[in-house]
Design a protein around this ligand. Structure first.
Ligand code: G6P
Ligand code: MG
Length: 214
């Protein structure tokens, strides 16, 4: 029985995944790497520094740690600039209604995002009140596909992992949810997220009556 729903942020609640992509693409182009949408799938859900490492691997480039830190900060400065104009109207259609209907059934709601920018995005979207607990990239040691972030969210809600469902758009996130012993709803394409218990193209398409059959 599902007693808690844990939401990823980027690509599940709002299209900030697109801003991560264009910021990484801009950085990659400085190394003459054309970061494709397919390659970008691998960056979803993983940490900032790991994302950079994946890009550098694509170009067969090796850099010292300080230089990697500098580049990751540069990408983050662009990302922060892009998201400052985000407004509540950009929340994906049906997401607030889905969360509200879950809350009315007594289901606890958490946010679990690998992003250190998650608190700012939630503030700009004005949806902090919808969550009983929030975990972001600043609170964890290992990012997805490690299950730590979801296990921490479940423990903050005081709900056993087996009673949690995760909504995720990243392959690494689906892996993390399953490794945590939770159910998972993939948001996006079955090609990437086929391991999830259910896949929907958009978060708002998920019907909470499906929770019983996951
Ligand atoms: C999320 C996104 C990733 C991003 C990561 C770190 O998981 O899906 O694309 O790299 O957070 O985000 P940050 O804002 O801390 O750089
Ligand atoms: Mg995501």
């Amino acid at each position: 029985m599902i007693k808690a729903a844990i939401f990823d942020l980027d690509g599940v609640i709002v299209d900030t995944a697109h801003y991560h992509y264009i910021a990484w693409k801009r950085l990659a182009s400085e190394f003459n790497i054309n970061l494709t949408i397919e390659q970008n799938e691998r960056l979803k859900g993983v940490s900032r520094i790991r994302s950079l490492e994946i890009i550098l691997e694509l170009g067969n480039i090796q850099l010292p740690e300080e230089e990697k830190e500098r580049l990751a900060s540069k990408k983050n400065a662009w990302f922060v600039e892009y998201i400052e104009s985000i407004r509540p109207e950009e929340i994906f259609s049906g997401v607030e209604e889905l969360i509200q209907s879950m809350r009315m059934k007594g289901i606890k709601i958490a946010l679990a995002s690998s992003s250190k920018n998650a608190p700012r995005v939630i503030e700009l979207l004005k949806i902090g009140h919808l969550f009983d607990a929030m975990v972001d990239g600043g609170m964890i040691t290992h990012t997805k596909p490690h299950p730590e972030i979801f296990l921490l969210a479940a423990s903050k809600l005081n709900i056993p992992p087996a009673n949690c469902v995760v909504l995720e758009d990243a392959e690494a996130g689906v892996e993390a949810a399953l490794a945590a012993g939770m159910k998972c709803v993939g948001v996006g394409a079955t090609a990437q997220l086929g391991k999830a218990n259910k896949v929907v193209a958009k978060t708002g398409e998920f019907d909470m009556n499906w929770l019983v059959a996951l």
